[in-house]
Design a protein around this ligand. Structure first.
Ligand SMILES: Nc1ncnc2c1ncn2[C@@H]1O[C@H](COP(=O)(O)OP(=O)(O)OP(=O)(O)O)[C@@H](O)[C@H]1O
Length: 258
C-alpha cells in the first residue's frame, strides 16, 4: 500500500501542528419556536495527529453536532475550532468551504457515491471540487490503498456495500486530509464488511499517521479506536483509552442509565 501522509500536499514550508483538531468550549443551541435545545454545552477536546477517536453517547447527546462543528460543516454559537492550526471561526463561508475541501475528508453511513460515476470518477471528485487537477496516479493510489485497484471502472451498483464504503474512504483520502471525519461509517454494513472497513481505518492511522474521528453507536466498532470519548447532554462525560467492546458497552450502559 502506497503512502498517504496526512496533509502531505502542503509541503514542508509550514510546521504541521501536533494537534490535528483543537476544540475549545464549543456551544451550540437550536431554537425551535419557543423551545431551545442545547446540543453542545461546552465541549473541549484535542485530537492528536495520527490518533483514532470514537465519539459515543445516547441518542441526542450531541455527537453529530460535534462532528459537524469540528469539520466546519456547521458553526458553533461560541467556542473555537482549529483544524491543523487554522481557526475556522473567522473564515467566510467561501474560505471555510475551501479549507474543508482541502483538509477534511468525510465518510458517511450512506456512502453518498454518485451512482452514474465509476469508482475512480467518484474518488477524483474532491480533487475536482478543490480545483486540483485529478492525477490518475493519485486516484489509483487511493483505490489501491483501500484494496480496490481492480474495481476502478465499476459503478457503485456493481460493488458490495463494504466495497462502496471503501470507495468512499478512498474518496475521503484522495486530498490527503488532516482529519478524516466518519459519521456511523459502518451503520449500513454487515459484520464482515464492517470489520473490513474498520481494519482499513485502523491501518490508515497506524501506517500513515492519518487522524480519524468517528461517531458510532456500536461498541465493537468503537473498540477499533485508540480512545472513546463519551457525550451526554452536550457535554463530555468521560473517556476510555484502549477500549474493548466490553468496556465500551459497560460505560455506555451506565451513561444511558444515569
Ligand atoms: N437542525 C436541528 N434543529 C433542531 N434541533 C436539532 C438540530 N440538529 C440537532 N438538534 C437537536 O440537538 C440535540 C443533539 O443532536 P445530535 O444530532 O447532535 O445528537 P446525536 O448524539 O448525534 O444523536 P443520534 O445518536 O440520535 O444521531 C438533539 O436534541 C437534537 O434533537
Amino acid at each position: 500500500m502506497t503512502g498517504f501522509p496526512a496533509g502531505a500536499h502542503r509541503g514542508g514550508m509550514t510546521a504541521i501542528p501536533d494537534t490535528a483538531l483543537r476544540l475549545r468550549d464549543l456551544r451550540k443551541e437550536y431554537r425551535m419556536g419557543k423551545q431551545t435545545v442545547t446540543a453542545l454545552d461546552g465541549v473541549t477536546l484535542d485530537l492528536p495527529r495520527g490518533s483514532f477517536t470514537a465519539v459515543m453517547g445516547p441518542s441526542g447527546s450531541g455527537k453529530s453536532t460535534l462532528l459537524h462543528c469540528a469539520a466546519g460543516l456547521d458553526r458553533p454559537d461560541s467556542g473555537t475550532v482549529e483544524l491543523a492550526g487554522t481557526p475556522l471561526g473567522g473564515l467566510s463561508e467561501r474560505a471555510l468551504t475551501k479549507l474543508r475541501r482541502g483538509r477534511a475528508g468525510f465518510v458517511f453511513q450512506a456512502f453518498n457515491l454518485l451512482p452514474s460515476l465509476t469508482a475512480a470518477q467518484n474518488v477524483s471528485l474532491p480533487l475536482r471540487l478543490a480545483r486540483r487537477r485529478p492525477a490518475l496516479a493519485q486516484v489509483a493510489r487511493a483505490l489501491a490503498a483501500v484494496g480496490l485497484a481492480e474495481r476502478a471502472r465499476h459503478r457503485p451498483a456493481e460493488l458490495s456495500g463494504g466495497q462502496q464504503q471503501r470507495v468512499a474512504v478512498a474518496r475521503a483520502l484522495v486530498t490527503s486530509p488532516d482529519v478524516l471525519f466518519a459519521d456511523e461509517p459502518t451503520g449500513a454494513l454487515d459484520t464482515k464488511s464492517s470489520h473490513q472497513v474498520m481494519g482499513l481505518l485502523r491501518q490508515l492511522v497506524d501506517e500513515h499517521g492519518q487522524t480519524v474521528v468517528m461517531v458510532t453507536h456500536d461498541p465493537v466498532v468503537a473498540a477499533w479506536a485508540d480512545r472513546v470519548v463519551f457525550l451526554r447532554d452536550g457535554r463530555l462525560a468521560g473517556q476510555l483509552d484502549r477500549p474493548t467492546p466490553e468496556t465500551v458497552a459497560n460505560r455506555l450502559a451506565h451513561l444511558e442509565d444515569a
